[in-house]
Design a protein around this ligand. Sequence first.
Ligand code: ADP
Ligand code: MG
Length: 637
Amino acid sequence: MGRIRVLPDAVANQIAAGEVVERPASVVKELLENSLDAGAAEIRIEVESGGRRLLRIADDGCGMLRDDAMLAFERHATSKLSSVKDLFSIATLGFRGEALPSIASVSRLTLETHAAEESTGTVVEIHGGKLIRCEEAALANGTILTVRDLFFNVPARKKFLRSDQTELAHVASLVTHYSLAHPDKAFALRSDNRELLNVTPVETLRERVFQVFGDQTLEDLIDLGGHEKELPLPEPVDGERSRVFLLRGFVSRPQVQKYNRNSIYLFVNGRLIRDKLLLHALTAAYHNLMPSGAFPFALLFLDCDAEEVDVNVHPSKTEVRFRHGSWVHDFVRDAIRDTIVQSRPVSSLALRAEPQPGARLPYSEFSQRVEDAAVRFSLPIVRDDAQGVQEADLPMFTLQAAPPPPQRFDFSEPAPAAPKSSRIPDTHSAMPSGVALDSFDSLGALKDLRPLGQLHESFILAAGRDGLWIIDQHVAHERILFEQVLRQRAAGSVEKQQLLLPIVIELTAAQQIQYAVIADELRLSGFESEPFGNRTISIAAAPAAVGAGEIEKILFEILENSEKELRGASLDEVRRNVCATIACRAAIKINTKLDQRKMEWLLAELGQCEHPTNCPHGRPIALRYSTRDILRGFHRI
Ligand code: ADP
Ligand code: MG
C-alpha cells in the first residue's frame, strides 16, 4: 500500500485554521467580512476575555437558508464564487469558503441564522469540527455566530495567545478599521459588558472619523478628497472595464508623527490589507516632510476594478497584488504628496530643500512650534547624526511661513539629497569631531565641569579637566527627571498637582483598552484619572513635574507608546515608558536661555545621575572634545 493518504476533512480544516485563524481578531475579521458580504446594515460584536472565552457577531444581513447553513461548514463551500474566472474579479470580501469550517474546527461554534425567504431559522452547533445539533428555531432575520473557547482543542495554538487585553486590543483595532471603511453601517463592540465602540450610520467618512476619533484627531488630518486617475493601458481592453483608480481618505499633517505603523489603515476595494507597496507609497509621499522612522496617520481607501488587483495571494486575504504595481505606487504617492503640499500653510516645518519666504508668525505660536519640535526631537527617531555631530552638518532651523531666525535648530531630518546649509561656512573640516560620552571613566569628570555659556541657547559648553564638553540641555534634564520620577515611583511618593478643574479627554476604542491596561501604572506615576462616561476619562491630578497644558498630550503619548510596547513588553518597560514620557515633556526645552546658576545646577544634578551618558531613549547627552584632540587640531602635538 502506498504511503500517501488524503487527509480526513477534520485534519485539513485544522491545518487551514492554522492559516486563517491566528487569534481572536482573525476570527472577528472573517465573521465581520461575512456579515458585510451578507449586506448587513448593523453589526454587533461582543467579546469576553479578549475573545478567548467568547466572540459573538450578530448581523441583520440576508441570513442563510436551511440547507446552506449546513453546507457553509463544508470546506470550500461558498456562495460567492462559482468558477475559476470569478477568482480574477472578486467583489466580495470572502471567497475561499474556508473561514467557517476552519473556525468550527478549533472552537465551540453556534450558528443561528434566518433568511427572509424561509419561515423559520436554523441553529447549527459544532464543537471542534463535530456536529452537535442542527435544528429549526424561531429567529429574527440575520445571523448570529457565537464562537466559544477558541483553540480549546489545539493547546499549542492557545499557548501563542497573548493576554486578554492584548487580544482585545487587536479585536478593537480591527472593528475600528472596518467601521471606518463602512460609515453607512452601524457597529457596536462590547467587551465584558463595557461598550468600546458604538457608531450609528453616517453619510460621510469625515463624520465617521469624528465618531471614532473625536474632533481633536480630525483637526490634525487632511482630507484627500477624491483623486482619480485612469490607468493608461497599451494593450486593448474590452470597453466595459473601468481603468479608473480612485483614492480617498485622510492623512495626517506632517507635524503629526507616530512612532509605529498602527495608525495606518489601508483598504483596497473595501478590504483591510497590509501592503508593502502602498505603505511605501505613503512613506514616499512624506519624504523630506517627516523624519525617517516616524509614520503618519493614514486612512486610505483605494478603489479600482476588481481585475486590477489579485486578493487571492494569502489565505487570510491581508495581502494583495496589483497588476500594475508601480503605476499604482506612483499614483498613490503623488496624490497624497500633492494634497499635503497644497495644504501647506498650516504645516509648521518646511522642506529644507525649498525654503519659501512668507509672513512672520506671531512669536507665541512660533515658540510653541519650536517646543513641539523639540519634544519630537527627543523621541526615539532614528537619526543619522546621533553620534559625533560635526557642526557643519547641523542643519539650521527654518520655518515654512517665517524667515529663518538665527541660532535655532532644525529638528527635521536632513534631507538625503538636500544641499548643505549655506549659512554655515564649512570651515570646520579640520576640527576633530566630538566623541559621545559613553565610557564610565569620564563620568567622574562631570562633577568638575565649569559651564562657559550656551551655544544657540540649546547646548551648554563647559570646560572640564580633560577638554571641552558640549551638553544637550534638554536631554540632560530629561535624564535627571527620568531618574527622579523612577525613584519617586519606586518609593510610592510621586509628587502630584491637583487640577483646579479635571481635564476630560476623549479616547478611541483602542486607546481606551490601552488605558485600562496601564491605569494602575498611571496612578502610581501620579495621574489620578478615572473613566468618565463613554470613551472619555477625567484627570483630577497629574505629576507635579509636568505643566498643566501638557497633561493631555502626555497621556496620549503614553497611550500610543504603550500600545506599541504592549505587544511584548513587561510591566517594567511600560513603567519606564511612562516615566520617560513625563521626563521628556517636563524637561527644559532647547532654545531656552539658561543663566549661570541654572547651568551649574544642571551639570551637578547630571553628575548625580546613575546613567548620565544617555537619555531614556538612548540618545547621547554629552559630547567631549578631549584636550588632546584640541591640541592636535591646532597642530601643537
Ligand atoms: P466565504 O466567505 O469565503 O464564502 P465562509 O466560510 O466565510 O466562506 O462562509 C461560507 C458561506 O456561508 C458564505 O459564502 C455565505 O454564503 C455563508 N455565510 C457566512 N456568514 C454569513 C452571514 N453572516 N450571513 C449570511 N451568510 C453567511
Ligand atoms: Mg468568509
